[in-house]
Ligand binder design. Sequence first.
Ligand code: NAP
Length: 401
Amino acid sequence: MGNKNITIGLFGFGCVGQGLYDVLNHSQGLKATIEKICVKDKTKKRKIDANYFTYDKEEILKRDNLNVIVELIDDASEAMKIVRQAMNNGVSVVTANKKMLAENFKELYELQVKNNVALIYEGSAGGSIPIIRNLEEYYDNELLSSVKGILNGTCNYILTRMELENKDYSEVLKDAQASGFAESDPWLDVAGFDTKFKTLLLTIHAFGVVLLPDDILNTGIQNVSYDDILYAKQRGLRIKMLGVSFKSGDKFRVYCLPHFVDRDSELNNVFYEYNAVEVEGAYSCKQTFVGKGAGSHPTGSAVLSDISALTYDYKYGYKKLRKALNGNQKIEDGAKLIEYDFSIKLYIRFQNREQLNDLEILSIEEEYKSANTNYIIANVNFKSLFNIYNKPDNKLFICAV
Ligand SMILES: NC(=O)c1ccc[n+]([C@@H]2O[C@H](COP(=O)([O-])OP(=O)(O)OC[C@H]3O[C@@H](n4cnc5c(N)ncnc54)[C@H](OP(=O)(O)O)[C@@H]3O)[C@@H](O)[C@H]2O)c1
């Protein structure tokens, strides 16, 4: 076990690529070396010897002395081309690219089967938290009922600072961008898309259910205001952006929404860029994994762990998915297992009543109107949330109660 020498072709030398380079240099006992690194920008100054770098992906993909490709670029469609070619060449791949994985999972699963190669991606959900391999191996026979978590460090960082510093969203976002905790275009993070890609991956490994990103509803924190934070604070709650995936009878409910989280939950005490995943099983009960959800070294360490796993020829077994497929379910049937028609209790802050027209409100439990802010606590038919789903002009803030 663990004897194989790994020779790596690396794509990307940004935040995670450089983090991997550092942690690999400091690791002991792992027989892995980076042979060549493909990057994009010829004008950028690099921290390490220029001989490492190439700008031509074929220079790595056509080499026959590499046994692992590590894909760490920030362009999901280009990443897919690289990963597809590598796997078709019979080379195993490590990636942290949740967007690529979520958008192309069916093909990526089939490429693993067809070429008998590994594709592993611990860094793609929860950053440094070892959750995917745990869902896959440790909980392989456990009857899991729910997986949910704080999966986006940017959202949690913004919500934490808003609450602790009594600041509004736009002020904290600007600061977070200046200090590198949020991207210059933060939409994928703050609108819940990044949380959704990760929730999709956790759902595959927890329950063997494969979904497409559009099957999962996401609304984010882009319209949160200090009034909402205050509403929660006054009731001993905190707003947390959660991805949730849980069993409901013989179906599943999977969605990504801000939630009011009470003090009894371990998720209540997860701050700043930290992530947490809470796994609930019939016999193991509730267990929570907490760790840094992003960043150069934390994510680099998850990628290193995947590389190390390849030294003993590790592959995801996809036991739950395979079991479902053996039972004649098709991989593309995942959405048929999802329940959309149910009542969900929501806090909805709005400016004018017309904004609520697209929602199927079943009953209102509380209503508040003032010159500055209006909100309702209402039971809403979940599927009607798709009507307002990430319309960029919709200024509603929606939070599960
Ligand atoms: N940052 C995190 O904390 C984190 C956490 C978990 C997962 N991830 C995932 O890890 C991946 C990398 O993220 P990152 O934050 O490290 O990105 P990043 O800092 O923006 O770096 C991206 C790297 O990819 C290279 N690149 C872009 N397009 C390329 C192409 N077509 N061919 C070759 N190289 C290309 C860039 O080259 P240049 O250097 O020449 O610009 C750069 O080195 C993403 O999928 C991200 O979602 C990131």
